[in-house]
Design a protein around this ligand. Structure first.
Ligand code: HEC
Ligand code: HEC
Length: 209
């Protein structure tokens, strides 16, 4: 039986994740939009290597490894290009990305992770983090709770529900310029205005969304 992408999302939702389908970010329509042009069914097998670190359904095995569950497929692809081009570096990902030269495979793998229920954290309260998130205008691009804004704009990654440790490292990489992937330069500017403890606070706030 050949399933279309939209068919896949509907079946997946109905069969496996009925309980989650009420979640605002995980309606079949939401999932279809963030999946992009790849085929998540094909991506399931192709993602075997990735799952070793990023987890079977995109909930990674360690807080230093980002969750990819429900991340925008186009954003995932763009980061692989960034690792290939060297605007972003990581011992593992630089090497792995260099082998991901087949666009169809990359689109399918990205679609697979994008089709999962969107990452969510354990509730944690951090008032200072929340204040910084509002004051610095993070929500203007990343949405009120870090799930993206406007919905489906793959320019802005999902950061709500991501691991704190990973978020802290990214903010520090933006600060030092080790990660130079944001063409607008805004992430570098914002990170530079923040102290390490402010970065910790906002990362903790986000991790619980
Ligand atoms: C050995 C472990 C490992 C494997 C295998 C692995 N990754 Fe990663 N991945 C990482 C780590 C660690 C990071 C965080 C790098 C950093 O700190 O910037 C990462 C980051 C990423 C990011 C950036 C996410 C974001 O939110 O910006 C993407 C996308 C990604 N990996 C995709 C993949 C794909 C696709 C595969 C399979 C082809 C894969 N990874 C295999 C460890 C791994
Ligand atoms: C003007 C829009 C804009 C604003 C405001 C903004 N961001 Fe971003 N942010 C981006 C873009 C675009 C990217 C993706 C850059 C890339 O493609 O690598 C990003 C990436 C990130 C990442 C990396 C996510 C990942 O998965 O690796 C983190 C963390 C982040 N932003 C946190 C914040 C925080 C915290 C604030 C507020 C202090 C903020 N952002 C404000 C546009 C913005």
């Amino acid at each position: 039986m050949a399933l279309t992408k939209s068919g896949f999302a509907v079946v997946l939702c109905a069969a496996l994740f009925a309980a989650f389908c009420a979640h605002a970010d995980d309606s079949p329509e939401d999932i279809n939009k963030r999946v992009g042009n790849g085929n998540p069914v094909d991506g399931n097998d192709k993602a075997a290597l990735c799952k070793g670190c990023h987890g079977e359904v995109g909930i990674s095995v360690s807080p230093n490894i980002p969750k990819l569950a429900g991340q925008y497929a186009e954003y995932i692809q763009r980061q692989i290009f960034n690792f290939q081009e060297g605007t972003r570096r990581d011992t593992n990902m630089t090497e792995i990305s260099a082998t991901l030269t087949n666009r169809r495979n990359l689109a399918d793998i990205s679609a697979y992770f994008a089709s999962q229920n969107m990452m969510q954290g354990m509730p944690v309260k951090n008032d200072e983090g929340e204040r910084i998130y509002l004051e610095k205008g993070c929500m203007n691009c990343h949405g009120e709770i870090g799930k993206g804004k406007p919905a489906y704009n793959a320019l802005f990654p999902v950061i709500g529900g991501q691991y704190k440790e990973y978020l802290v490292k990214q903010m520090k990489d933006f600060k030092t310029g080790a990660r130079d992937t944001d063409i607008s330069g805004i992430m570098g500017l914002l990170a530079n205005q923040m102290t390490d403890s402010e970065i910790e606070a906002v990362a903790e706030f986000l991790s619980g969304r």
